[in-house]
Write a new protein. Structure first.
Ligand code: DP6
Length: 359
């Protein structure tokens, strides 16, 4: 796959101005991306459900840059956030070959999340995806060249990946694969591809209730976390297992075999944490409440016969996954038996969604 296809062949004026606004959702990986090489190339393929309720909305205004003004300003909920600038600077520099107009303009980035910033839910995937969509729209406004929906989403996913790897899976809806895998047509390391609709309908309406066991800063940033896979004693086995788990999961996504889905998804979550438990330095990212939730989920599954399972990101919050036809009973269980393990009893009900939206 060639990155040159994302370098524009058209020219851009330097005296335009305008404003665009996009919303992008978060996503939850079923097979985890953990380990990368420059420039944001994953060391194994991953697949995620695109979520719906957890979103970032980003308005991007641009006007000609003059020498006196800053290159860009970032606001979260109306408040200027200089702390976000290093990450955006790095992102802009990385994508400037693909968005050469970036240098000529001053950018005002106004962003807000549908979930509390302190909730421990990473906003980088939804944030970078929304910003990438906004930039692709600006590219079209400035050049006058119209992209079709696929071209637009493909370029946005490619750009978003350079901001945060998992962000490339937050553009399209449903199930998105990122990283080369023999069994997924068109899969590649540069952008996410939506799995076509041949998967079982039960997965189109899956729920994800996010248990906010620990709200606040992550113990280990994803950049540091991915770095721990270099020289990790189990790295090669982990990458191989992720590829094998993705193969098995693809079959499950077609067949709708929920017991097998649960087996693979929970194994992936625990593999991710096993990598952090065995890296140097090592990290224990689960909290006592996390473990209590995981155990209670397994007991509930046995006693109820419902198909509730868990997955984890690189933190203490547990994502609880279940099919729509069991949602009423499962939610009762979550509310009555699990919510007290969360900080202030907080959890967020989300489900599979359809990807980015213009606002
Ligand atoms: C554990 O995409 O946040 O959520 O590329 O460094 O920005 P960077 O990392 P990031 O890593 C996400 C890792 C994960 C698993 C996953 O979403 O696949």
């Amino acid at each position: 796959m060639d990155t040159n296809q994302f370098v524009p062949s058209h020219t851009f004026p330097s005296n335009g101005s305008g404003q665009v606004c996009w919303e992008a959702p978060s996503n939850i990986a079923l097979v985890k991306y953990w380990g990368k090489r420059e420039p944001q190339i994953p060391l194994n393929p991953s697949v995620s459900f695109t979520l719906d309720t957890c979103r970032t909305k980003t308005s991007l205004s641009y006007s000609p840059r003059n020498n006196a003004s800053a290159w860009f300003e970032v606001y979260l909920d109306g408040e200027r956030k200089p702390g976000f600038e290093p990450k955006i600077t790095k992102f802009f520099e990385r994508i400037s070959a693909y968005c050469p107009f970036l240098w000529d303009y001053h950018w005002r980035i106004e962003t807000s999340n549908s979930f509390p910033h302190s909730s421990g839910i990473a906003s980088s995937a939804s944030g970078m995806a929304a910003l990438a969509m906004a930039l692709v729209e600006v590219e079209q406004q400035l050049s006058g060249v119209k992209f079709d929906e696929i071209q637009m989403k493909t370029k946005a996913s490619f750009l978003a990946r350079l901001g945060s790897g998992s962000a490339c899976r937050s553009i399209d809806g449903g199930l998105v694969v990122w990283g080369v895998h023999d069994e997924v047509d068109g899969s590649n390391d540069l952008f996410g591809v939506r799995l076509n609709d041949s998967f079982a309908p039960i997965f189109k309406t899956y729920h994800d209730t996010i248990m906010l066991v620990h709200q606040g800063q992550k113990v280990v940033s994803s950049t540091v976390g991915h770095g721990l896979m270099h020289g990790h004693p189990y790295a090669e086995q982990r990458f191989e297992r992720a590829r094998a788990n993705l193969s098995s999961l693809l079959a499950v996504l077609r067949s709708g075999d929920l017991d097998e889905f649960i087996r693979i998804v929970e194994a992936e979550a625990l593999d991710l944490h096993a990598m952090m438990l065995t890296s140097d330095p090592n990290f224990i990212l689960m909290k006592p409440g996390t473990l209590q939730i995981l155990e209670a989920v397994r007991e509930y599954r046995k006693s109820s016969g419902n198909h509730l399972c868990f997955t984890l990101d690189a933190g203490a919050n547990a994502h609880l996954l279940y099919p729509d036809n069991e949602a009423i009973e499962v939610l009762e269980f979550i509310k009555n038996k699990l919510a007290h393990y969360c900080e202030n009893g907080a959890y967020i009900c989300d489900q599979v969604g359809s990807g980015v939206k213009k606002c």
